[in-house]
Write a protein that binds this ligand. Structure first.
Ligand SMILES: Nc1ncnc2c1ncn2[C@@H]1O[C@H](COP(=O)(O)OP(=O)(O)OP(=O)(O)O)[C@@H](O)[C@H]1O
Ligand SMILES: [Mg+2]
Length: 141
């Protein structure tokens, strides 16, 4: 496990960038952390490393966003999803087992659909000063 301290938003983006530099086609990244922890911020860094110019956003009702870059990036946000059945209806497995890089917020909702090997990124907001502690498992940085 790698543990990185990120005092600012730009530091969180840098962690995403480092992840984006080493992922390969088919990589699945589960982003864990409470509301506002910095999950989407990590995705912004990954997108930057994949030469994606389009800004990464979190529109309220979009569950899956696709971005074209050095590798395709699938940004899946399951916050509003209520069941694994819904994920299956959306065709989530096609993204999880596709040739792009798949990054998922609130992924615990579809854990049973996951491939055996995936990268786990857990973001913790330190209560003292809001610094983020970011733990990464399943990937050597
Ligand atoms: N290391 C950091 N230090 C301070 N603020 C940060 C840090 N990383 C990210 N932020 C800020 O936290 C806020 C929330 O970030 P972000 O939208 O990425 O969180 P999220 O986990 O995706 O939230 P949600 O659960 O709503 O999807 C943003 O304003 C972002 O700039
Ligand atoms: Mg988010």
């Amino acid at each position: 496990m790698t543990k990185i301290t990120a005092p600012t938003t730009e530091d969180t983006i840098s962690v995403g960038y480092r992840i984006g530099e080493v992922v390969t086609p088919g990589s699945v990244i589960a982003l864990e952390g409470t509301l506002g922890a910095g999950k989407t911020t990590i995705v912004k860094g990954i997108a930057r490393a994949l030469d994606i110019l389009e800004p990464v956003t979190s529109p309220t009702y979009t569950i899956i966003s696709e971005y074209e870059g050095r590798l395709p990036l699938y940004h899946i946000d399951l916050y509003r999803l209520s069941s694994v059945d819904e994920a299956e209806l959306l065709g989530a497995e096609e993204y999880l087992f596709g040739d792009g890089v798949c990054v998922i917020e609130w992924s615990e909702k579809i854990r049973e659909l996951f491939p055996e090997n995936y990268i786990r990124v857990h973001i913790i907001i330190e209560c003292t000063d809001g610094t983020r502690s970011i733990e990464i498992e399943g990937l050597e940085l």
